[in-house]
Design a protein around this ligand. Structure first.
Ligand SMILES: *Cc1c(COP(=O)(O)O)cnc(C)c1O
Length: 428
C-alpha cells in the first residue's frame, strides 16, 4: 500500500478499518477534552468499558450471596477460571486443557521453573537473552542459587553483535548448539520488551529440544500481540501477564501454558496447593495431593475473582474479534506509523533511529525509537501534548499502536506533534 502523510488519507484508512468500532469500547484518558494518543498498551492496556460490569457482578454476588457465591454466583467462583480455557487457548494456540490463569507473571515463571528446570551435575545451564527484562534476570539468578549453583557459570546470555540492536536467530541457534549437552533450559521473552523484536519461537524451541533441553517462553509482550501456536510448536511451558496487550487492568492475573505432553507425568516436581488437586475430590480435604491433569494442576490457591473478572471481559472481547483480524490491522498500522516517522524525519533534520526490526515478520505492535538528538525534552514535549509513550534509558521511547483501539488518524496526529516538538527544541 502506498501511504500518504495527510489527515484525509489517515481518515480514509480508519473508514475502511473493520475494527474501527472497537475504539469506542475503551476508556481513553483525556487531554484538552480529547482522547490521548495512547502508545503504551504494551505496558498497561486501556480499560474496556465492559470490564466494570464484570467486576460489579462479582461485587454484587459477594454482597448478596456471601460464601454461597462460590457455588451459586452467576458465574460461580470455585471454577471461575475454567471460563478462560476456551477463549485463551485460541489466543495462544493451545488446547483448552493446556492453559490456565493464576498468580502473576514472575510468580508463574518461578513455579514453572520448579517443574521444568531440573539441573543435574552435567546438564544445568540456562540460556536467555542479553538484557532480559529485569524481573526475569532476578528470577534466573535466584532459581540457580536455590539449586546451589553459581549464576555466572550457569546463565548463558545470547548477545547482540557489536553495533546491532537486535539478536540474530543464527546467534541464538549457535549458542544453543555450543552449550549442547550442558543445556537444561532455554527461556526467552517471545517479544523483546525493549526493542519489540519478535523471536522465531518455533525454530528456537526445536533447536532447544534437539540439544536435549526444555524450552519455555515469557510471553509478556507476545500474548494478544502475535500469532502463537504453542501446542504445535511443542513449547514446554509459557506464561504471560494480562495487563499489557490483554487489557485486564493493573497487576492482574497471569496466564500459563503447559504442554499436554507433560500432563500425565504426576511425578513432575511442582509446588502444590489445594486448587491443583483433583477437582471432584477437592473439598474432601484429603492428605495426599492428586494433581488435576492439565495446566489447572499447577493451580495453588483459590483464585482472586476480582482480578479475574476484568481479564475475562477482555478475553471474551479478543475471542469475538480473533487474532487474525487484529494481526492484519496491527501490521498495517505499524507500517503506517513507521512511514510517518520516516516522513517527519525527512521534513525536519532530526536524528532518531527506529531500532525495532524493519522486517514485519520480526516485529509486532511496537516501534522503539532511539532519540539520538532531542532526547528527554522531546519525550516530555510529547507527554505534555497528549501523546502517552514511555521512556527507557538511555534514550528510547516505545510506541505501541495497539490495533484494538488506536486509529490511523492518531498516527497522523502524532507525526504532527512530533514535528512541532522537534522544531520547538531546535529553536531553543
Ligand atoms: C512486563 C514484564 C514482566 C512483568 O512481570 P510481573 O511479574 O507481571 O510484574 C516480566 N517479564 C517481562 C518480559 C515483561 O515484559
Amino acid at each position: 500500500m502506498t501511504f500518504k502523510n495527510t489527515k484525509a488519507f489517515a481518515q480514509e484508512l480508519d473508514a475502511k478499518d473493520v475494527l474501527k468500532n472497537y475504539r469506542s469500547e475503551f476508556i481513553f484518558p483525556q487531554h484538552n477534552g480529547k482522547n490521548v494518543i495512547y502508545f503504551t498498551g504494551n505496558s498497561l492496556g486501556l480499560q474496556p468499558k465492559i470490564a466494570k460490569q464484570y467486576v460489579d457482578d462479582v461485587m454484587n454476588d459477594w454482597g448478596n450471596l456471601a460464601v454461597e457465591g462460590h457455588f451459586y454466583a452467576q458465574k460461580p467462583w470455585w471454577d471461575y477460571h475454567e471460563r478462560f480455557a476456551n477463549p485463551l487457548s485460541k489466543i495462544v494456540g493451545a488446547k483448552p486443557s493446556e492453559v490456565t490463569v493464576m498468580n502473576t507473571l514472575t510468580v508463574n515463571l518461578h513455579l514453572l521453573m520448579v517443574s521444568f528446570y531440573r539441573p543435574t551435575a552435567t546438564r544445568f545451564k540456562i540460556i536467555c537473552e542479553e538484557k532480559a527484562f529485569p524481573s526475569d534476570q532476578y528470577m534466573f539468578q535466584s532459581q540457580v542459587q536455590s539449586h546451589g549453583l553459581d549464576p555466572k557459570e550457569t546463565i548463558v546470555e545470547i548477545k547482540r553483535r557489536e553495533g546491532e540492536h537486535n539478536i540474530r536467530l543464527e546467534d541464538v541457534l549457535a549458542t544453543i548448539a555450543s552449550v549442547g549437552d550442558e543445556l537444561a533450559l532455554v527461556l526467552i521473552g517471545g517479544v523483546n520488551y525493549y526493542t519489540g523484536q519478535v523471536f522465531d519461537i518455533k525454530t528456537i524451541t526445536e533447536a532447544g529440544h534437539k540439544a536435549g533441553a526444555k524450552v519455555g517462553w515469557d510471553l509478556a509482550h507476545a500474548a494478544g500481540n502475535i500469532k502463537l501456536q504453542l501446542h504445535e510448536w511443542n513449547v514446554d511451558f509459557a506464561a504471560w501477564c494480562s495487563y499489557k496487550y490483554m487489557n485486564s487492568g493493573p497487576g492482574n492475573a497471569s496466564g500459563c501454558f503447559i504442554h499436554e505432553k507433560h500432563h500425565h507425568d504426576k511425578d513432575l516436581p511442582r509446588f502444590a496447593g489445594w486448587w491443583g488437586h483433583n477437582k471432584a475430590r477437592r473439598f474432601k480435604m484429603e492428605p495426599d495431593f492428586d494433581p488435576v491433569q492439565g495446566a489447572d494442576g499447577w493451580q495453588i490457591s483459590n483464585l482472586p475473582i476480582l482480578s479475574l473478572a476484568p481479564y475475562l471481559a477482555s478475553v471474551e472481547l479478543f475471542d469475538a474479534i480473533g487474532m487474525d483480524q487484529l494481526i492484519a490491522k496491527r501490521d498495517t498500522i505499524t507500517a503506517y506509523l513507521e512511514f510517518i516517522l520516516h516522513e517527519i524525519d525527512k521534513e525536519v533534520t532530526s536524528t532518531f533511529e527506529i531500532i525495532t526490526p524493519s522486517n514485519p515478520s520480526e516485529r509486532a505492535s511496537q516501534l522503539s525509537v532511539f532519540l539520538h538528538g532531542e532526547g528527554r525534552p522531546l519525550f516530555d514535549y510529547l507527554m505534555k501534548n497528549g501523546v502517552i509513550t514511555d521512556w527507557r534509558e538511555p534514550n528510547v521511547i516505545r510506541l505501541a499502536p495497539v490495533p484494538l483501539y488506536c486509529s490511523y488518524e492518531d498516527m497522523y496526529d502524532f507525526g504532527q506533534i512530533l514535528k512541532q516538538g522537534i522544531l520547538a527544541i531546535h529553536q531553543q
